[in-house]
Design a protein around this ligand. Structure first.
Ligand SMILES: C[S@@+](CC[C@H](N)C(=O)[O-])C[C@H]1O[C@@H](n2cnc3c(N)ncnc32)[C@H](O)[C@@H]1O
Length: 254
């Protein structure tokens, strides 16, 4: 299935290359920097396999938890919000930690993601006609998340908790140079964190799949692992992507 949201750095375009790399003999799958969960939702749920979904973004993780544990109340809250369409107010409430119930916070966060430009939660893009559809579809996502363990932790703590030889970690950190696009309340990724991730992955017992942008830092720090180079067309050329080609890598330790 597809994810229910767009997300900056979301892997809708790479999931078909990443999922076949997941080994068959693992007994736990851990998605470390979850975001919209394109790989988790794209992969098959395997009987007897533990699945863990994590992100440091507490608003995002609250949304997943409300879908999983409180779906009917969330559906009602989204219906109510949608009829008011107050993007600026909801954004203010989320950013300033105004006292809200977990269901209210989840509905507002979903609304901001769905109605903002490129799912950036900052600039209003459109009235969200499609929210009606998501309300109907939420039970499918509740079902998919039923046995998934949902965590909100920094990657290093999470990897330490779940590491063992039969584990597969899928890590999709903020790309080098794109750290500022995530929820500033929770995410302050720096070059030190990129180095910390590299050191952490060198010491694990399990296997990992890591996706990153193709830049000097990444190719130098992961040169002794298996690196697959991929590129895709980008409609918005920037300094990271020449002639509309955006270059990425998928790295494994097996
Ligand atoms: C490139 S996005 C992941 C996209 C995701 N794979 C998808 O398909 O939508 C990077 C994610 O890392 C999360 N993140 C940032 N710092 C983190 C940390 N220290 N530990 C875990 N996750 C973190 C961000 O909140 C963001 O959702």
């Amino acid at each position: 299935m597809k994810s229910f949201i767009g997300w900056i750095g979301g892997k809708s375009h790479l999931k078909n290359l990443i999922i076949p790399l997941i080994p068959n003999d693992i007994d736990r799958y851990i998605e470390v920097c979850g975001g919209a969960g394109w790989v988790l939702f794209g992969k098959e749920k395997k009987k007897g396999q533990m699945e863990v979904f994590n992100d440091v973004d507490g608003d995002l993780i609250n949304l997943y938890r409300q879908i999983k544990n409180n779906c009917a109340d969330l559906q009602k809250e989204i219906d109510w919000l949608h009829s008011r369409e107050l993007f600026k107010l909801y954004r203010y409430e989320i950013e300033n930690q105004i006292s809200l119930t977990d269901v209210q916070r989840a509905a507002r966060y979903l609304y901001l993601i769905k109605s903002s430009f490129g799912s950036n939660r900052n600039s209003f893009a459109t009235t969200v006609k499609c929210l009606g559809r998501i309300v109907e579809e939420l039970p499918e996502y509740r079902e998919r998340l039923k046995d998934v363990i949902i965590e909100q932790a920094d990657f290093q703590q999470l990897i330490k908790t779940y590491d063992r030889p039969s584990a597969l970690f899928y890590i999709d950190p903020p790309y080098v140079g794109a750290e500022k696009y995530y929820n500033k309340k929770y995410c302050h990724f720096t070059m030190d964190d990129h180095r910390r991730l590299n050191a952490c992955l060198r010491g694990i017992k399990g296997r990992f799949i890591l996706s990153y942008n193709n830049c000097d830092f990444v190719t130098e720090h992961y040169c002794d692992f298996n690196v697959r180079y991929v590129s895709r067309k980008n409609l918005l050329p920037s300094k990271e992507c020449s002639r509309g080609e955006y270059k990425e890598v998928i790295i494994t330790n097996y």
